[in-house]
Design a protein around this ligand. Structure first.
Ligand code: ATP
Ligand code: MG
Length: 423
């Protein structure tokens, strides 16, 4: 016997029952994005490797060890997207979107790829939806961005079990000041830092705040706070954002150690976490990235965005507030004999074109087995068609709940079912 092919480690099959949950979540996301006036963008799944090296940063975990990179037949270095901010910004620049409007509010959804150690809530292909607002440097845009994700949480009914952590890394001037004071604080302890943190001491000392090594964590607890190094413009921006969140009744906690893994952040950064998850507790992360558009060859345009992991969000939803998913069929057509398969096919096709959610049997099963199938698919009605009914132009329409049954003319079925379904 030929061997079965197994799926690749760390990726998932999303089967129909689960896909219903996904669709329910997607409906919420689309609805909220729409009401906040964000337009959908669908950039490609792979890009030139250079885009991520420059756009995400050589020194990040993503670029240094997680990317799925390959070269195609023309030897171009390509990478399956590990995130979509870089792709959206590339697309914004290439398509001159700033000419359409000086403020572009965009959202996306799709699979991302990172070669990480697979575990619950951490996969090698995972899905994100996210939003980017490119054009506004002002605090109200930061607040709107956060409110946008909060609105999705509210619509899902899980906002109370989620924590918004927020911090500011300021502008480049503030970060330069902080970098020095952090290095000064850490220098006497340099040799006791973890190997990764020692490497980052020169290249990206802020990332040491994010270290998971116990000794680093302890050291970092008493480190100077970036908040105390913000210059006036950065401090004002941050204070305004916090005030606006308060005005919109969005609770937050300030987290001095929050720096986030990507190189491109400036000013406001934030993360939403949930207690309903284990170690992988971040369901959304984002921040302002005022320098990225310019660094990728565009104009000097400020921007802010976030991305949320769908698998993790669904774990929270499932644990706390399961969603209403699509219900069963309106109607199942039971065909009594194989001789009348042709008129039966014609009939069900008509009903489907008229918008009924209906199914029939194509396995030529017995009446009893067809009835079981109708039941499995949670049909509200079954329509039974035999030679006799066909002669009279009717079906026997049976309500599955009440057991009531009556002969209904072919043409009258759609109206009758629609009436019953909407009542
Ligand atoms: P983490 O700290 O959990 O690795 P991250 O900082 O790498 O997260 P981001 O790059 O900010 O994550 O991506 C935004 C969101 O995407 C995360 O908050 C999380 O919900 C989700 N996410 C990131 N990596 C994975 C993964 N490997 N599998 C599933 N979801 C993921
Ligand atoms: Mg990560």
């Amino acid at each position: 016997m030929p061997q079965k092919v197994q799926r690749v480690k760390g990726v998932n099959d999303i089967l129909p029952v689960e896909a219903k949950q996904w669709q329910a979540l997607e409906r919420v996301v689309k609805h909220v994005m729409n009401s906040y006036a964000y337009g959908e963008i669908r950039p490609p799944i792979f890009e030139k490797t250079e885009l991520f090296a420059r756009g995400v940063g050589e020194d990040t975990d993503i670029v240094s060890k997680e990317m799925y990179s390959f070269s195609d037949m023309s030897k171009t270095a390509l990478t399956l997207r590990p995130e979509l901010t870089a792709g959206v910004v590339r697309s914004y620049i290439q398509n001159n979107l700033q000419q359409i409007s000086p403020l572009q509010k965009l959202w996306y959804e799709g699979p991302m790829f990172r070669q990480e150690r697979p575990q619950k809530g951490r996969y090698r292909q995972f899905w994100q939806f996210g939003a980017e607002a490119i054009g506004s440097p002002h605090p109200e845009q930061d607040a709107e961005m956060i409110a946008l994700f909060y609105a999705i949480l509210k619509e899902l009914g899980i906002e109370k079990s989620v924590t918004l952590k927020i911090n500011s890394v300021g502008d480049s001037e503030s970060r330069a000041i902080y970098r020095n004071s952090l290095q000064e604080y850490l220098r006497p302890h340099l040799s006791s830092l973890s190997e990764t943190s020692q490497q980052r001491f020169e290249s990206n000392p802020l990332r040491i705040l994010d270290s998971k090594a116990p000794n680093d964590k302890e050291l970092v607890r008493d480190a100077p706070k970036i908040r105390e190094c913000l210059n006036e413009a950065s401090a004002t921006h941050y204070a305004e954002v916090l005030k606006m969140l308060e005005a919109m009744d969005i609770p937050y906690v300030q987290d001095d150690l929050l720096v986030r893994g990507l190189d491109y952040y400036t000013h406001t950064i934030f993360e939403f976490t949930s207690d309903a998850l284990g170690a992988q507790d971040a369901i959304c992360g984002g921040g302002r990235y005022n320098d990225l558009v310019k660094e990728l060859g565009g104009q000097d345009v400020p921007a802010i965005g976030w991305a949320s992991g769908i698998e993790r969000l669904l774990l929270v939803v499932e644990a706390l507030q399961p969603m209403q998913t699509d219900s069963g069929l309106d109607l199942f057509l039971i065909v009594k004999s194989d001789e009348i398969r042709l008129p039966a096919s014609k009939l069900i096709n008509k009903w489907r074109s008229a918008g009924l959610k209906c199914d029939t049997d194509t396995l030529r099963r017995s009446m009893k087995a067809q009835m079981r199938e109708a039941n499995r698919q949670e049909a509200r009605y079954v329509a039974i068609l035999g030679e006799e009914e066909l002669g009279q132009g009717v079906v026997q329409l049976k309500n599955f709940d009440s057991g009531e049954q009556e002969a209904v003319a072919f043409e009258a079925v759609v109206t009758k079912i629609n009436k019953a379904v909407s009542s």
